[in-house]
Design a protein around this ligand. Structure first.
Ligand code: NDP
Length: 253
């Protein structure tokens, strides 16, 4: 039903574009008050205004999640302003493909700093609030959803360090799930295939051309298709934990 998340608060990282923006919209439609986090605050403010125009509740919160202090602050400001935290979607991520031989190692650092460190900092800061929400919330269950990738299940040439980060996300998710699931904090991983977003904008041109050509004949997913899967996970009844969701475009092998 439309109001399944009524009375709950959701924090979505990487909400200024792509999957995160679509997820913010969808969770707001389901009744959650949403906190939109990313670096481009102008984008977040526009999205928050859109959501509020549709009758939802949204707050734009600028933060660079590779900075631990800013990640903690984003979580704490959410709870200070909205009083609780029931749902976290760790979506912010960067994919910088290329051969490992002679790689510019600053690209490795950017992926590790955001896809791993940023996700860890947000999770660490959010967990006590999620445990509290599961104890006292309207739904008596809380959700931490980590966005991994097909690249978190299958390693391929040109994706070595991206694979490293996403395999890491899958491993961390499963370990944390086992630690916390009996507190009714559900920990899930979503693994999208090719989705049309800004993700490939950050590839070096000599990498982007061949990477896009390889998927040229595939009808990509829309960001909304992944948001739909995330909404499915977080609206299940308290007894149901969807641990893992792998969503590929039909034409992607
Ligand atoms: P986008 O590039 O459209 O979105 C990435 C988001 O991350 C943006 O909102 C960006 O906002 C945010 N972000 C980047 N750096 C930081 C930072 N330092 N601190 C806070 N936020 C940051 O790509 P997608 O929507 O495609 O990507 C979302 C997730 O989905 C990623 O984890 C990606 O790995 C995963 N994924 C995507 C697939 C695809 O085909 N598109 C396939 C599989 C997984 P800003 O720049 O404003 O900070």
């Amino acid at each position: 039903t439309a109001d399944t998340l009524a009375g709950t608060v959701a924090l979505v990282t990487g909400a200024s574009s792509g999957i995160g923006a679509a997820t913010g919209r969808e969770l707001a439609r389901r009744g959650a008050a949403v906190v939109l986090v990313a670096r481009r605050e102008d984008r977040l403010r526009t999205l928050a205004a859109d959501i509020e125009a549709e009758g939802g509740r949204a707050i734009a919160l600028g933060a660079d999640l590779t900075e631990q202090a800013q990640a903690i602050d984003a979580v704490e400001r959410t709870v200070a302003e909205l009083g609780r935290l029931d749902t976290v979607v760790n979506n912010a991520g960067v994919m910088l493909l290329g051969p490992i031989l002679d790689a510019p190692t600053e690209e490795w650092d950017r992926m590790i700093d955001l896809n791993l460190r940023g996700l860890l900092y947000v999770s660490r800061a959010a967990l006590p609030h999620l445990v509290a929400a599961a104890d006292e919330g309207p739904r008596r269950v809380a959700d931490l959803v980590n966005i991994s990738s097909v690249a978190g299940r299958r390693a391929t040439p040109m994706a070595g360090v991206y694979n490293l980060t996403k395999f890491g996300v899958n491993a961390f998710t499963e370990a944390l799930r086992q630690e916390i699931t009996q507190r009714h904090v559900r920990v899930s991983v979503v693994e999208p295939g090719a989705v049309t977003t800004e993700l490939t904008d950050h590839l070096r041109p000599e990498i982007r051309e061949p990477a896009l050509r390889a998927l040229a004949d595939v009808e990509n997913l829309h960001a909304e298709d992944i948001a739909d899967g995330i909404a499915y996970i977080v609206t299940r009844p308290r007894r149901v934990a969807v641990n893992e969701l792998l969503i590929r475009p039909t034409e992607q092998t």
